[in-house]
Design a binder for this molecule. Sequence first.
Ligand SMILES: [Zn+2]
Length: 65
Amino acid sequence: MNFQAIAIARQAITDKHGTQKPQLTFCGEMPCPICSAGKLSYQISAVNGHIAAKCETENCVQWME
Ligand SMILES: [Zn+2]
């Protein structure tokens, strides 16, 4: 697991959505900022603002907080 890739992908999500937790758990996707080929699907928890994300490209980024 590449922690730098996770940090970059997480930053892309918080740049887009901010760091405040959403009122309702939010699910979205964006072109993956790491591989540029896949889609990065993510979820931002309304409970604690934690982000879980996964790129559809195998062995690209994936994490859960
Ligand atoms: Zn990717």
